[in-house]
Write a protein that binds this ligand. Sequence first.
Ligand SMILES: *Cc1c(COP(=O)(O)O)cnc(C)c1O
Length: 396
Amino acid sequence: MTSKALDTFLNENIAGLKEQGLYNEIDPVQGANGPVIKLNGKELINLSSNNYLGLATNETLKEVAKEAVDSHGVGAGAVRTINGTLDLHLELEKKLAAFKGTEAAISYQSGFNCNMAAISAVMDKNDAILSDELNHASIIDGCRLSKAKIIRYKHSDMKDLREKAKEATESGLYHKVMVITDGVFSMDGDVALLPEIVQIAEEFDLITYVDDAHGSGVLGNGAGTVKHFGLQDKVDMQMGTLSKAIGVIGGYVAGKENLIDWLKVRSRPFLFSTAVSPADAAASAKAVDMLMESTELNEKLWENGDYLKEGLKKLGFDIGNSETPITPCIIGDEKDAQQFSKRLYEEGVYAKSIVFPTVPKGTGRVRNMPTAAHTKEMLDEAIAVYEKVGKEMGLI
Ligand SMILES: *Cc1c(COP(=O)(O)O)cnc(C)c1O
């Protein structure tokens, strides 16, 4: 017999979420995740992916991945420290370091994994971490795993950060203190105040950690938020993902040689979990090459982002204060946000509602992720659907 306690727990909690409009139904995509996708046999304009540059379906990358399968097989075969470090992984890491302007880099199986790995390898129970209150779930979990004292500061509030940094460092309670932030906050599209954060870090000797999952490929001509501010020499740990703008899968930390050496001997997902496949490593390395060679896709992304924002703003939607192509459309009530997204879907636009706990209660929204792969016609069609549904629901 299986556990009655588990059944009761699951049934009650799932019903509770459904009642509050907080239960997320997952839609399977048929075929590739491009600017137009197929769901339930229906074609939709896709404004929900993190495939910022359209690289997930790029023809060159597909070729490179196929070649890597032919030359190296489908799997890495073992964890990196045993015999799963392939030449392709080392090549990828060399390119990532060049891309980020650091001495070295280490790659992981995912961005989430990366935050689990790197934070806990550097911080422990004798330390403290100053963490922006809107940081990504993987940062929060990575911090928890480290057992360091977690001190949350108000979102991008530099006065609050400074006070808490002073208090933490002067208390004498901690060996080391880190400040950790998203480079770009994915729900609102605002950018971390890195120059101020770095200044506070220098004053109090804080370790700086920037999770640039949504900044890489987007800001700094593609090289990320740290490069955007010219702070490559002042940020200790630059974390990024290969699953968003890079279009593949994986994560990485870039920084000084000694940091990367340490992560290679002390970060547990590196030591105990097999690395990304040859095809992933090769395609990611090629994508990084492409970003370093040309800013064309990056420029197209910004052009499309500005175009969509302008269109929705003109219609009277609240698009928040995004500083990046991320375009939230803030509805407020969770159920309204879900209904709005459902109507968009019926009219041929795929933009997911995002509700608590991913964003604060009462700020339910539909988030749009325009990419370099969208055409003007697709964006015009999406804007027309927004107008129709917005009027129908009395939102504009
Ligand atoms: C998506 C995301 C991650 C996780 O990256 P994956 O490669 O998808 O695991 C980590 N941090 C932030 C800020 C993210 O947005």
